[in-house]
Structures are given as structure tokens and as C-alpha cells.
Design a protein around this ligand. Structure first.
Ligand SMILES: [Ca+2]
Ligand SMILES: [Ca+2]
Length: 248
């Protein structure tokens, strides 16, 4: 009896062992597949680690870029703040300039009005100037007549001919006897002879005859310098040279 039970137990155990062998084979196959998967996963893990390393480096670069960008942003914010302050100041300046422009326009308007008044005054002045010119022309004619009267007195003969002239050659004076006047003669009045051309002298031939003038014209201190060249056609006293009369 025990032998039968033992055979049954042995058969059962054998079957179990067979099953276990089968399971063992399956487990080996599974283990082999798992090992293959592990190898693949290891390879993927290595690639993922490399990728992770690359991404870490990119992340570090991105962080650096972000830091730089934030710094630039801070600077831009400061710049924006400054620009807004400058804009405020420019607006104030623009407002002030606008007010000044308004005042300048008012000033320009006043200047234009004054200019118009000045133009009217200029027209009046021009008319007055024309009248003054007419008066001056009349006065000039009267003055010429007065000058002529002075240079050609009928009664008040204020100077005297001395017989000296430069009619032939301007600037070379001869006495009536043909002698020349000495070059260093001292008797000329100050700045004479000047051969002056008077406005009233229509012939414009100048002054070619010499007269001696009284101390009332030279001044008492210059009584010795009393020669003046004047125009020749006036009436004057005259002085002649003669031999001294010796009384015995
Ligand atoms: Ca002369
Ligand atoms: Ca003169």
C-alpha cells in the first residue's frame, strides 16, 4: 500500500518537476528577454543621459541668456524712465516755447504796426525833405549871391593886390616885374596858397592872384603871415613897390 502511494507521490512529484522544468524554461526565456530589454533600456538610458547632459548645458545657456535679458530689461526700464522724465521736461519746454512764441507774435504784430506808422511818417518826412531841398536850393542861390558879394565888395575893400600871380603856370608865382617868388617865403597864411575852387566860381579856374589881408583876418599873432591866393576878378586895394624917398 505504501508502495502505491509512494509511486503516486513519485509520479505527482515527477509531473511537478516536469512542470517546474517547463516553468524554468519559460522563466529562462523570460529572463533572456528581460536581459535583452535591460540591454536596450541601458542603451536608451545612456542616450537619455547624454541628451539630459545636452539639455542641462542648453538650460545653463538659457539661464545665462535669461540673466542677460533681465539685466538688459532693467537697463531698458531705466532708459524708459529717463526718457519719460526727458519727455516731461520737453513738454514743459514746448509749453514755455509756445507761450514765448505767442508773445513774439504779439511783439511782431506791434512792430509791424509801428513799421506801418513809420512808413507813414517816412512819407511825411520825404515830403518835408522835398520842401527842405527846395528851400535849401533857394538858400544856396542866396548864399552864392552873398559869397559873390563878399568876394566883390563895392565899398568894403578888405584886402589889397600885391602884384603876385600864378596865372601862367599853376603853383609858380611871378611878380609883375617878372621875378619869381622865393620858395621859402614865410608870408603865406596858414594852408595857403590852396588854389581853392569856390562853388560860386562858375569858371572854376581857381585862385591865381595874391592879396595881402589885414590882421582882422589873420589874427594879431599871425599878422606877418597874411598872403592869400584868391580869384583875380575882384576889386581890391593895391600896393606898389617904389624906391624909398630919402629926405635930406
Ligand atoms: Ca593858382
Ligand atoms: Ca587861397
Amino acid at each position: 500500500m505504501e508502495n502505491i502511494q509512494l509511486k503516486q507521490l513519485l509520479n505527482s512529484t515527477y509531473q511537478n518537476l516536469t512542470l517546474l522544468g517547463t516553468e524554468n524554461n519559460q522563466l529562462k526565456l523570460h529572463l533572456t528577454a528581460t536581459l535583452d530589454n535591460f540591454t536596450l533600456l541601458s542603451a536608451e538610458n545612456t542616450q537619455l543621459n547624454l541628451h539630459l547632459k545636452d539639455m542641462s548645458q542648453e538650460n545653463a545657456q538659457l539661464n545665462l541668456l535669461l540673466k542677460n535679458t533681465m539685466q538688459e530689461n532693467t537697463q531698458l526700464n531705466l532708459l524708459l524712465k529717463n526718457t519719460m522724465q526727458e519727455n516731461t521736461q520737453l513738454n514743459l519746454l514746448l509749453n514755455k516755447t509756445s507761450q514765448e512764441n505767442t508773445q513774439l507774435n504779439l511783439l511782431l504784430k506791434n512792430v509791424l504796426e509801428k513799421n506801418a506808422q513809420l512808413n507813414l511818417l517816412l512819407v511825411d518826412t520825404s515830403q518835408e525833405n522835398t520842401q527842405l531841398n527846395l528851400l535849401l536850393n533857394k538858400t544856396s542861390k542866396e548864399n552864392t549871391q552873398l559869397m559873390s558879394g563878399r568876394q566883390n565888395p563895392s565899398e568894403d575893400l578888405h584886402s589889397a593886390w600885391i602884384g603876385l600871380q600864378d596865372i601862367v603856370t599853376e603853383g609858380t608865382f611871378f611878380w609883375v616885374n617878372g621875378d619869381t617868388v622865393k620858395w621859402d617865403v614865410i608870408y603865406w597864411m596858414d594852408q595857403e596858397p590852396n588854389n581853392a575852387m569856390a562853388d560860386w566860381d562858375t569858371s572854376q579856374i581857381g585862385q591865381d592872384c595874391v592879396a595881402i589881408v589885414p590882421p582882422t583876418r589873420t589874427g594879431a599873432e599871425d599878422w606877418l603871415n597874411n598872403w592869400d591866393d584868391i580869384i583875380c576878378n575882384g576889386r581890391r586895394h593895391y600896393i606898389c613897390e617904389t624906391t624909398a624917398l630919402v629926405l635930406g
